[in-house]
Design a protein around this ligand. Structure first.
Ligand SMILES: Cc1ncc(COP(=O)(O)O)c(C=O)c1O
Length: 485
């Protein structure tokens, strides 16, 4: 759910944004100064179609051994360059477009991909590439409800290892894996859950916590306006034996929220607090891949290295008893999300998945596509984040207010200082000869967002701003700044 922030409430955001922009400015300048089409150094990370169509091409996991798939994966990773800076260079529209061909996908999909490169409504608006779907053809075709699909099992094993947890479970959607995890933690009423008041699990999962877990949810407003702290949570914990009260059994955090990375020191403090009271900690990590990509870049590691991804994700997820990780957002799997946790927890979640009607029979094809996205699209998030910073810098230079720190793939902006409203900007972007889609002040980028779209977006805001009459600008536009996912 979203909320409107008063200027007073956005003060800490502005301060944090300023500090983070200072940190990011050199990276943003790098992104801006590199011509998008000059990234010929970027590796061709997709498997050539000819290789995929070759009968000797091996599927993701053979039925006899998952270690052979790990070996293949490791081999393909070492073939990629080892510098993270290559990946923070955004790909051009032409490079994005060449991955969906008319010969394989048809004209309509080729044209749709052109539009998706300019669609800023959500990072769910991505398109599986030809290579990604052709990998699905080679996936195993066993029945995963009977636990007999090697490709799905290999993906679960990979995600468990990468996150430093004992086990993982593949599910249809982020909503399903969040609700499954919450249901698995909650044993029997009376019991309650604490979340941020804006949390997706609380506000946007159709009342799932009440329905599936029969629990009360307490949505807490962060006192700093950005993220919850141990000090926010401690007084809200329902402890003791007062029969009027439903005891707290679970705290759910969300990372990112509004594209903002949750400070890890605070996650650790919250983990220590709740575990002291025997309360579990779950993460809605719908965009945890973005957090990991930002952290890999911060540490100067290699996003194509499974070892580096594992080191970072294991650290970030260590405080959590469980986490839900969406595969079909910024990294562009066509479907899927995973829960990670202990072996015992995942076994019980598998039971609930069956009860929810969420067992998928021949899931190998979709698991293979998700695995492909992890290998080939995850490293691109650094480029996506560089584009988000480039957009924020352009909008700010044009006179807009940037409302939230641009840590990952989202930009929240307010054009009211220019005398413009979000509605006017959305309408103008939609009316461009090559239209841009936007429906709110939240701009979301993904691995198929093109640099050309960013530049056209900024140019259009500049053009509109130049045309605003002085008295209208002095009066300011309607400001309706909402922060949400
Ligand atoms: C933070 C967050 N969590 C969970 C979800 C649910 O994911 P899905 O749409 O796959 O159910 C979303 C969806 O946008 C989200 O933004």
């Amino acid at each position: 759910m979203t909320r409107t922030l008063s200027p007073k409430a956005t003060a800490p955001l502005k301060a944090a944004a300023a500090a983070r922009r200072a940190t990011h400015s050199s990276a943003a300048a790098r992104a801006k100064s590199t011509p998008p089409s000059a990234s010929s150094a970027r590796p061709k990370s997709s498997t050539p179609l000819s290789a995929l169509l070759n009968p000797s091409f091996k599927p993701l996991a053979s039925s006899s051994s998952s270690s052979s798939s790990s070996t293949r994966r490791a081999a393909s990773h070492t073939a990629m360059p080892s510098t993270s800076s290559v990946y923070s260079t955004p790909r051009s529209s032409a490079q994005i477009s060449e991955e969906v061909t008319e010969a394989v996908a048809g004209r309509e999909n080729v044209e749709r991909l052109q539009r998706l490169q300019r669609d800023f409504r959500s990072d769910t608006f991505t398109m599986p590439t030809d290579a990604q779907l052709l990998v699905s053809l080679r996936a195993s075709r066993g029945d995963d409800v009977y636990h007999e699909d090697p490709t799905t099992a290999a993906l679960e094993e990979r995600i468990a290892k990468m996150t430093g947890k004992e086990a993982a479970l593949f599910g249809a959607s982020g909503t399903m894996t969040n609700q499954l995890a919450i249901r698995t933690h909650m044993k029997q009423p009376p019991h309650s859950v604490i979340t941020d008041h804006r949390a997706h699990v609380h506000m946007l999962e159709a009342g799932g916590i009440a329905m599936f877990s029969q629990a009360t949810t307490h949505g807490i407003v962060p006192s700093n306006g950005i993220h919850l702290t141990a000090e926010d949570i401690e007084p809200a914990l329902q402890l003791g034996t007062n029969i009027h009260i439903a005891p707290t059994k679970l705290v759910c955090l969300e990372n990112t929220l509004s594209g903002i990375v949750f400070p890890q020191e605070e996650v650790v403090r919250i983990g220590e607090l709740v575990h002291k009271h025997d309360i579990q900690l779950h993460l809605d990590g719908a965009r945890m891949w973005n957090v990991a990509a930002a952290e890999i870049e911060r540490r100067g590691l290699n996003p194509t290295s499974e070892a580096d991804r594992t080191a970072v994700l294991s650290d970030l997820l260590a405080p959590f008893d469980s986490a839900s990780l969406c595969l079909s957002k910024g990294i562009g799997a066509p479907i899927g999300s995973a829960i990670v946790g202990t072996k015992e927890f995942i076994e019980r979640a598998r039971w609930f998945r069956k009860m929810f009607g969420g067992g998928i029979r021949q899931s190998g094809g979709i698991a293979a596509s998700a695995d492909y996205a992890l290998t080939h699209h995850f490293p691109r998030l650094a480029g996506t984040h560089a584009l988000a910073r480039r957009l924020a810098a352009g909008l700010e230079a044009a006179g807009c207010r940037i409302v939230a720190p641009v840590d990952t793939s989202m930009v929240f902006f307010d054009p009211s200082p220019l005398g413009l409203s979000i509605g006017e900007i959305c309408d103008s972007l939609a009316a461009l000869p090559n239209p841009i889609s936007l429906n709110a002040n939240r701009v979301v980028l993904h691995h198929q967002t093109s640099p050309e779209a960013i530049d056209d977006f900024v140019a259009e805001v500049e053009r509109l701003a130049a045309a605003v009459p002085a008295e209208k600008r002095a009066a300011g536009g309607a400001s309706a700044v909402k922060l949400g996912y």
